[in-house]
Ligand binder design. Structure first.
Ligand code: NAP
Length: 613
């Protein structure tokens, strides 16, 4: 029914506003508004117009209004993430919501039954984006469901999305954006706007949590003040050290694992966690804050003609001498689209502005892929800008995550890493992987590295120590499997294990060869198949070895083995996935679709876990 001045107590302007608003409200919103207004009236609340609406005694209020519904007090909180950031944030948010008496059910997206969507009133999503804008493993099936024909209308659902991502990737926060868009298309209403987080997510995530807690709480003001005084998001109750307050771990050992003549260099690093209170499990990662190469820092300062001792700001509250700031606090090797956009504003350069426009997406991708800050300065003539102006638009140095290669049972108070050194030449200059080259060239026993533990609940040994495990990890992807086997040895686990490993050459690149051999001899490692890609005319990769052993592999899988894949995401992980589909289809006599469903089920049952990037 349309309101007009004759059938309502509103003036013309109010009538017009209401007629614009009312048709846009869904059923849930209409009921909520009715209740809200009557609750305001009952409490004698001052309206925005300044009039005090008198408290109306219930008995006299006619016509009968529905009872004011309590503010939403139950929420389902789903997380999807590959590295454990999502689940960590979800746990912290759940704690804050519970403190505000909001009943919160926290679930991995893989454990949520999408058919229950119709039954819930409030949904919060925390999700990261993987690879080329893809959902992380535990979000794949929920993402597919929402975009399928089976997705229901969700008119009475309220929701909000926290998207985790990295601005150095083209499809920044794409999965979060997908969920946000799709839920709106299905008729759901936003409790709070989506927030998109870069790698340094604390501040943005904190603001989003505050907004959703206020929206869901019966007492928004109390929720806001509780959020302001809450513990930092990165804090870990087990230790005083965390992502925002890293532990300075002493280097105990730093070796090159590759033999003479190898094209590769792989560092085996042993660090001490003694006195840190930091604990980890096999499958977790270590976050490391690296330092930029001093040569690149000096080249930038010389190019700009800056004073290396000039004081510049670090974040909101800190400051440091410029050389120190560029060495330790700012990212100078990776360019991002937001950085180029800000540089375009700073310089007023039309060429730079055009490079960040939607029409230049391919050109931008190519430029970001192989240029650093020094190139940007030279290519777009950033000379003349002050140190404060330029550092003001740089990203804080992000931590690097490495899969831990040691078992806390076997080597307590230590953490081991396996890190491939990245060096290449481009545009007539030598380029360095920031962290790996620091480890290779400028890190000796006795030095210290700022570190924290990144727990990864999505890459864990089976709870039952007798469950057979199949481990697929070429190159440095083998790191967590050294941890898995050391743990199984130490805990006396009797489950069978099968390792597929590969690298370029048997003689120079067989990482940890002696350890695998000892574990085979001692019965800790049941089987091992290797693929040395450059020892034969035709390349041989781990998936070829898997296909060679297709029948036996299927027997292991069918018998309940858990499958783990670690290493390169772009090619290897996809090829290994296809090989597994083939093996399951052949072994089980299944169609390709059935085999892919079989693998999806394994993923949901946590029998197929990946740590790939
Ligand atoms: P890599 O470059 O992955 O090479 C290892 C072996 O895999 C080589 O024999 C290589 O052969 C082969 N290979 C190349 N393409 C393949 C494909 N499509 N399928 C199967 N095998 C293939 O080794 P890496 O330098 O150690 O890099 C490993 C990757 O894992 C990196 O992306 C790294 O970021 C990631 N990662 C590292 C860690 C860690 O540091 N602990 C943990 C997890 C993941 P050719 O070179 O002869 O082609």
């Amino acid at each position: 029914m349309v309101l007009n001045v004759t059938n309502s107590p509103f003036n013309e302007q109010q009538t017009e506003l209401l007629n614009r608003l009312l048709p846009t409200l869904n059923g849930h919103q209409q009921i909520w508004l009715t209740g809200y207004l009557s609750a305001q009236a009952a409490a004698g609340v001052q309206t925005p117009g300044g009039t005090v609406v008198p408290a109306v005694p219930q008995a006299e209020s006619a016509p009968q209004t529905p009872e004011a519904p309590a503010a939403p007090r139950e929420v389902t909180l789903l997380y999807g993430s590959q590295t454990g950031n999502g689940s960590g944030l979800a746990k912290k948010l759940a704690k804050r919501l519970e403190e505000q008496q909001v009943k919160t059910e926290v679930l991995s997206m893989a454990d949520f039954k999408p058919n229950n969507l119709k039954k819930i009133a409030n949904l919060l999503i925390i999700v990261s984006t993987h690879g080329e804008g893809e959902p992380p493993d535990n979000a794949i099936s929920f993402h597919e469901f929402l975009y399928s024909k089976r997705a229901p209308k969700l008119d009475s659902l309220n929701y909000s999305v926290l998207a985790l991502g990295d601005t150095s990737y083209e499809f920044f926060c794409q999965t979060g954006k997908d969920f946000d868009t799709r839920l709106a298309e299905l008729g759901a209403s936003r409790l709070a706007e989506r927030a998109d987080c870069d790698v340094d997510f604390d501040e943005t995530a904190g603001e989003w949590m505050k907004a959703v807690t206020e929206a869901l709480s019966a007492t928004p003001a109390a929720a806001a003040s509780a959020a302001d005084s809450a513990a930092p998001l990165s804090s870990d109750s087990e230790s005083e050290y965390s992502r925002s307050h890293p532990f300075q771990a002493e280097v105990l050992e730093n070796l090159n694992l590759n033999g003479r003549g190898s094209a590769r260099e792989t560092r085996h690093l042993e660090l001490s966690l003694e006195g840190s209170g930091l604990t980890y499990e096999p499958g977790d990662s270590l976050g490391v804050y690296p330092e930029n190469h001093p040569r690149l820092v000096d080249e930038i300062i010389a190019e700009m003609g800056w004073d290396p001792q000039e004081n510049v700001a670090i974040g909101k509250n800190g400051a440091a001498a410029l050389r120190e700031a560029l060495h330790r606090h700012y990212e100078i090797t990776v360019l991002t689209k937001p950085l180029l956009e800000q540089a375009a504003k700073l310089t007023g350069s039309d060429t730079l502005a055009r490079l960040t426009s939607p029409e230049a997406a391919d050109e931008l991708r190519a430029y970001l892929g192989n240029h650093d800050l020094l190139d940007l300065i030279r290519d777009f003539k950033l000379h003349g800008k002050s140190a404060a102006e330029l550092t003001g638009i740089l990203r804080k140095m992000p931590a690097r995550l490495y899969s831990i290669a040691s078992s806390p049972q076997a080597t307590p108070d230590e953490v081991h890493l396996t890190v491939r050194t990245v060096r290449y030449a481009c545009g007539g200059r030598d380029r360095y992987g920031v962290c790996s080259v620091q480890m290779a060239e400028r890190l000796e026993p006795g030095d210290r590295l700022p570190v924290f533990i990144q727990h990864n609940p999505n890459f864990k040994l089976p709870q039952n120590p007798d469950t057979p495990i199949i481990l697929i990890g070429p190159g440095t992807g083998v790191a967590p499997f050294r941890s898995f086997l050391a743990e199984r040895e130490e805990t006396g686990s009797r489950g069978k294990s099968w390792l597929f490993y590969g690298d370029q050459h048997f003689s120079t690149d067989f990482l940890y060869q002696v350890e695998w051999q000892r574990w085979i001899k001692d019965g800790i490692l049941t089987r091992m198949d290797v693929a040395f890609s450059r020892d034969t005319d035709q390349k041989v990769y781990v998936q070829h070895r898997m296909l060679d052993k297709s029948k036996e592999l299927y027997e292991w899988i069918d018998g309940g083995a858990a499958v783990y894949v670690c290493g390169d995401e772009k090619h290897m992980a996809h090829d290994v996935h296809s090989a597994l589909e083939t093996i399951i289809a052949q072994g089980g006599g299944l169609s390709p679709e059935q085999a892919s469903e079989y693998l999806l089920r394994m993923q949901q049952e946590k029998r197929y876990q990946r740590d790939v990037y």
